[in-house]
Design a protein around this ligand. Structure first.
Ligand SMILES: [Zn+2]
Length: 404
């Protein structure tokens, strides 16, 4: 199964310049090769030049013009020649069919906007460490270019292309994924509730505790970020030794938190996918919208907000947790898909205050963070177990409403 992904590139000024030159030089290669074919067709009584003959000249062309042609990837130049070949094959097909042929045209440099790299690792390198915050892609003659990778690339990267659209640059990668290997059915369904004290609670009354080391690392990270925030913002080259150390510390702890979180997420997701055919979880996007802390307006300055230390701290904790849950759910969905399991996200509203026994919904059902006690029927349980049970119920309703 092959799938294409398109991401915005964030080239530096110098890289953008190099991309522009890369397009320009591939464009002139394309036009040069087209000229050769035109001349042969017109002057040598409809002789045709083949892709193989043009490709065989590439070595000389590169040696002859090292500044403009020798600089770029051989394979990407072959891809450009192949593109011309395709245009000609289509032309000959039309001639044969007796259609109006439309001879392949020269391209203006502004109309030549794509360079293909037929194989990752040949003239380009897609470098995405899973869940690393910054993905880069390296191109021969350009360097490592930052990628706005908004979604994971699943599988093995096969081809990479650079594309100009208006003033923006994009990378298109295609990746091939193995066919999913379904796990045997277990007949089990489960709902999960993601939390802080416990990483998750499930509808069977089981809990996966938060990783202790993860919490410790998160606390250290928070301290390191506070230490870093005392330095004035400066460009990297203007930072003092202590400032540099503080930056390095934050980066190192970030890496540690990320690795631990990933490891924990993989193990937890694998356990769920092995044990259950169907998994329902809360939709984090909806949950975040409904629990965003309300900012306090400043009465003296209309439109401004009071600084709120507690809210800022809660914000940091929350963002650390959110990132952890987000990574976990991404992994869970990927593992479930390759195992042939079904995962559904449900609207989390009221899942923590509805009684799973009698359906009574009230804030008073939840006297404390951990306790659920229904004021109507007296049913009591751990609040997170109740949440997970309601999530499962909502998930099953959704599944039965839209059977796959
Ligand atoms: Zn009840």
């Amino acid at each position: 199964m092959i799938r294409a992904y398109k991401f915005l590139l964030r080239p530096t000024v110098r890289q953008e310049q190099a991309f522009t030159e890369m397009l320009r030089d591939h464009c002139s290669l394309y036009n040069g090769a087209l000229q050769e074919r035109r001349d042969a067709w017109r002057h040598v009584s409809k002789a045709t030049v083949k892709y193989g003959q043009q490709s065989a000249q590439l070595k000389e062309i590169r040696a002859f013009d090292p500044e403009r042609q020798g600089r770029w990837s051989f394979s990407s130049q072959q891809a450009t020649l192949r593109r011309l070949d395709k245009a000609f094959q289509a032309f000959f097909r039309r001639v044969k069919a007796g259609d109006k042929p439309g001879y392949p045209r020269f391209r203006g440099v502004n109309w030549f906007d794509t360079v293909d790299f037929p194989k990752d690792g040949d003239g380009c390198r897609w470098d995405s460490t899973p869940h690393h915050p910054v993905t880069r892609v390296r191109f021969q003659g350009v360097g490592h270019v930052r990628v706005n990778q908004h979604r994971a690339v699943v599988g093995h990267v096969k081809t990479v292309s650079v594309k100009r659209e208006g003033r923006k640059w994009f990378v298109v990668v295609t990746a091939e994924r193995d066919r999913p290997e379904p796990l045997p059915a277990t007949g089990s369904v489960v709902g999960i509730d993601l939390g802080i004290a416990n990483f998750l609670a499930d509808s069977n009354g089981d809990f996966v505790p938060s990783p202790r080391h993860g919490r410790r690392a998160a606390a250290k990270l928070e301290a390191a970020q506070q230490a870093l925030s005392r330095f004035p913002r400066r460009k990297a080259k203007d930072r003092t030794k202590n400032h540099q150390r503080a930056v390095a510390k934050v980066a190192q702890l970030h890496g540690k938190v990320r690795r631990q979180r990933l490891d924990h997420a993989h193990k937890t997701a694998l356990g769920l996918v092995r044990a259950h055919d169907f998994i329902a979880h809360e939709d984090l996007k909806i949950r975040n919208m409904s629990t965003a802390p309300a900012p306090k307006p400043d009465p003296d300055r209309p439109g401004a907000f009071l600084p709120n230390g507690a809210a800022a701290k809660a914000g940091l904790n929350k963002s650390i947790n959110d990132a952890g849950w987000g990574v976990f759910l991404t992994i869970l969905h990927a593992k479930a898909e390759s195992a042939g399991r079904e995962v559904i996200a449900v609207d989390p509203r009221n899942t923590s205050r509805t009684c799973p026994q009698c359906g009574h919904t009230a804030k008073e059902n939840r006297p404390t963070q951990e306790k659920f006690q229904c004021v109507a029927c007296g049913h009591h349980a751990h609040a997170d177990t109740v949440g997970a049970t309601n999530v499962l119920r909502a998930g099953l309703v959704r599944r039965d409403a839209n059977p796959a």
